[in-house]
Ligand binder design. Structure first.
Ligand code: NAP
Length: 800
């Protein structure tokens, strides 16, 4: 890539993230979830194998659950409820979270999981790319990059985020002020094989502090500090001999016979960027704040920065962010960072202090025998009580700015989900657990104007759960509460506008004078993207799908009868728009698999499910397969689009139509679609789409197909009624009526027959499956939101 220097040239990407550690990768995934193009630059050619941080706290576990990442980590990691405050034991198990406690996941594993997730979502990670220059103007940021092979290139983007750690190059190049204090004391740390010493949890000796923990693999992590020993200004990591010497001075033990695997030192430095955003450049994680990594809070704080920033920045680059949304990132996270840094500074004072802090430690230990004191500190350390800024002082509204405590929800008969599952799509949520209460129907109807950004969910919840206690609650994509019923309906609309922008209809009207998406329309993919990338690049996502975001990104679709014919074209079209498609079929497994592999080869996502419609138990069998597959692919079972396409024809005169044939036509073409819709409603998201493929024969006559045409007429009638029933949830229901369409059947090999069929259409040709698929794709998209209960003639003007 030669580089982009012309300021009028298109941008290479919308967001550049510098640093492919856990924070940068979580941010990249969040940005993709919000639809932003993102390139992650990583200086290293191979990921670091050091697991500096090994603890995930409750709030981070909730955030990972919100994105389906826990399933990817594998079996639940070991949990230790025993926390500490500056080395004074304190139980973290009482925090109000399903994930109370400390979860032990090596940082290398966290990074692997986040890399896989972000690249699957389409983030491009470039290893061996070091940021060496940075300029920004009103419209763009230009990043100068040197590759491991020694090439230089420039990447233009709308925003750049530094997630490049303590020694952040972004922070330095963009000249962020980084006030604070250098380390005065330090802990030496080493992972050592081949030693056998007792485990020690913050054991205090007369001359110092010693910590030792043997891992299942036999390696012991030791940490040691000698009281009064000042931090050393280091240009390299300490030698193992230094650790051995200090360990001996403090404990009297000799660990010199062990083999050091990794040695480092960390001090009690404390710094925080005075701003997390300067124009188009932002900081997150250790790049924004340096603190002693005590109790695993540093990594967790950084990951929570990324979760706060991702959806806001994605909305900003898409041009849908309300005024000042992006500024709230600094406001919220800088304030939280200050609180955490205070907490850590207090802990390091009592941890690393010698005899002078003994009295203080005694008093603190006494306080920590009281539940309320433990709750207060554990809530902070675990991250579950860290409220967004602006909520300070709102003590009469304990929910304000807080995260919604995860809870199970029942959305229909037998349909159990959870708040974290519902957040997986990355949109906002309005959860109504008291739907018949005065004003709630109006509230839901108003919120439907934001259906493309906020999902409205009516659900039952356990009486002591937070959704039930709040009655109705608006939740941001990061899981924080934006509004609750006690604030009143006017505040709900304010909150919807404040966090999600103008309602869709008004937005469209005002579109002409609306803000242009910064870089949105001008983004081109960097030319280098197709070049062979270093290890860890986004090999999972073929180029065709990475080049643009479709209209159905993050949607899920079921297309019945999509192994061949019209259904196959519909499945391919919806997948090309970004939907994960369930390819349903009855008998022809090979054709279904061919459809799935064709979609995957084009960079789309699909899986096949077999179920014979018209047979006993058909709909249950279908949905068992659909939900199992969806769960595997998305972690949830929710559908956005249902296309009732599978159908059979009669092809016999009325005289020869037997009751058995009639029943079969009704069972497959009319009864199955009715019960498919009924069953789908349990998991169909608000704002969803139901599209039925009917037939032009409901409008013009063909005596060979009376019974068939009757079944299609029944489906069109069904669509009208369901449309009325489901409008309150923003779900549209429409029918598309094809005329003669080349489904690859034998008759289309007969030129005379084709000529006869062609002249029925005003365009003098037979329809192609793609003619129908395009109409279905439109009805599946947000662009059709104002059409429901409609019959769309897609017969190419047959018999006009
Ligand atoms: P097609 O080529 O015959 O394909 C039918 C699809 O439906 C196949 O995927 C088939 O699966 C599936 N299917 C058939 N019977 C099923 C059953 N009992 N249970 C589950 N799946 C079943 O169909 P098409 O011509 O594309 O037609 C698609 C839709 O458009 C139908 O509803 C049809 O009535 C309507 N339509 C078609 C035309 C036309 O000219 N083609 C015109 C107007 C309307 P297997 O592969 O496993 O058999």
């Amino acid at each position: 890539m030669s580089g982009t220097t012309d300021p009028r040239a298109p941008l290479d990407t919308q967001v550049v993230v510098v640093g492919a550690g856990p924070v940068g990768l979580l941010l990249a995934g969040e940005l993709r979830l919000g639809g932003a193009d993102v390139v992650v630059l990583e200086r290293l050619t191979e990921p670091s194998q050091e697991s500096r941080a090994t603890t995930l706290h409750a709030r981070t576990m909730e955030l990972f659950d919100q994105r389906g990442l826990l399933d990817r980590i594998g079996p639940m990691p070991p949990c230790d409820p025993r926390g500490h405050f500056g080395g004074i034991p304190m139980d973290l198990g009482g925090v109000d979270s399903a994930y109370a406690g400390q979860w032990k996941v090596p940082q290398t594993r966290t990074r692997e999981v986040l890399l896989e997730w972000a690249t699957e979502l389409g983030a491009e990670v470039r290893a061996g790319h070091e940021l060496v220059a940075l300029t920004q103007d009103g419209d763009r940021v230009l990043a100068g990059v040197r590759t491991a092979e020694g090439r230089t290139l420039r990447i233009g983007c709308a925003y750049l985020v530094g997630c490049d750690g303590e020694d952040s190059t972004v922070r330095r190049l963009a000249a962020f002020a980084f006030p604070g204090v250098d380390a005065t004391r330090e802990l030496l740390r080493a992972d050592v094989a081949g030693i056998d010493i007792p485990d020690r949890r913050f054991e205090r000796f007369p001359d110092g502090l010693a910590i030792a923990g043997r891992r299942p693999d036999g390696v012991t992590r030791v940490m040691v500090h000698r009281f009064g020993r000042p931090a050393v200004r280091r240009t390299a990591e300490p030698e193992f001999a230094e650790v051995v010497a200090v360990w001996r001075e403090v404990t009297g033990e000799d660990i010199g016979s062990g083999t050091p695997l990794w040695v480092n030192a960390f001090g009690d430095a404390r710094r925080q960027a005075d701003r997390y955003r300067m124009g188009r450049v932002l900081l997150a994680g250790d790049a924004a704040h340096v603190q002693m990594p005590v109790g695993g809070q540093a990594l967790n704080l950084g990951l929570q920065d990324a979760a706060n920033l991702g959806w806001k920045l994605a909305a900003e680059v898409a041009g849908r962010a309300p005024e000042r949304l992006l500024d709230t990132y600094h406001e919220e996270r800088h304030a939280v960072g200050r609180q955490v840094l205070d907490n850590i500074a207090a802990q390091s004072a009592v941890l690393l202090g010698g005899g002078e802090v003994s009295a203080l430690r005694t008093v603190l230990a006494e306080l920590l025998r009281h539940d309320s004191a433990v709750r207060q500190l554990a809530g902070r350390i675990s991250g579950v009580d860290l409220r967004s800024a602006g909520a300070a002082g709102a003590s009469d509204r304990p929910w304000s700015g807080a995260r919604l405590a995860p809870a199970e929800l029942v959305t229909g008969p037998g349909a159990v989900t959870s708040t974290t599952q519902l957040l997986r799509a990355g949109s906002g949520l309005l959860i109504d657990t008291d739907p018949d209460a005065p004003g709630h129907a109006e509230l839901r109807a108003q919120a439907a104007l934001w259906a493309d950004r906020v999902r409205v969910v009516v659900a039952g919840a356990a009486p002591d759960s937070e959704p039930a206690r709040l009655g109705a609650v608006l939740v941001r994509p990061d899981g924080h509460i934006a509004w609750a019923r006690a604030e009143g309906p006017a505040a709900a609309l304010d909150a919807l506008r404040r966090w999600f922008g103008a309602p869709r209809a008004l937005d469209t009207v005002a579109g002409a004078k609306g803000r242009a998406a910064p870089g949105g329309a001008r983004t081109a993919r960097p030319a280098e993207r197709t070049a062979a990338g270093p290890a860890g690049t986004s090999a999972h996502v073929p180029p065709s799908r990475r080049q643009k975001m479709g209209t159905l990104e993050n949607k899920t679709a079921l297309v019945t009868g999509s192994s061949r014919g019209i259904g196959r074209a519909v499945a391919e079209r919806l997948a090309a728009e970004g939907a994960l498609v369930v390819v349903h079929y009855a008998r022809n497994k090979e054709a279904a698999e061919d459809t799935v592999s064709g979609i995957r080869a084009g960079g789309g996502r699909a899986f096949a499910v077999r179920a014979t419609l018209g047979a006993a138990g058909d709909v249950d069998a279908l949905f068992d397969g659909v939900e199992e597959g969806l769960k595997e692919h998305t972690g949830g079972v929710e559908l956005d689009i249902v296309v009732n396409n599978a159908g059979i024809m009669g092809g016999v005169s009325p005289e020869d139509t037997t009751p058995e044939l009639f029943d079969r036509l009704v069972a497959v073409n009319a009864k199955a679609p009715f019960f498919i819709v009924q069953r789908a409603l349990r998991t169909l998201r608000d704002g969803g789409r139901i599209i039925n493929i009917t037939s032009g024969l409901t409008r013009f006559a063909n005596p060979e197909e009376i019974a068939y045409a009757m079944t299609k007429g029944a489906v069109e009638t069904m669509a009208r009624h369901y449309a009325k029933h489901l409008a309150g949830r923003g779900i549209t229901v429409n029918s598309v009526a094809p005329g003669v369409t080349n489904n690859g059947g034998e008759i289309f090999d007969d030129p005379q027959a084709v000529q006869f069929m062609a002249q029925l259409s005003a365009f003098n040709r037979v329809g192609e499956p793609s003619d129908i698929a395009d109409v279905v794709a439109f009805l599946a998209s947000d662009a059709s939101r104002w059409i429901t209960g409609a019959f769309v003639d897609a017969t190419g003007g047959t018999l006009l």
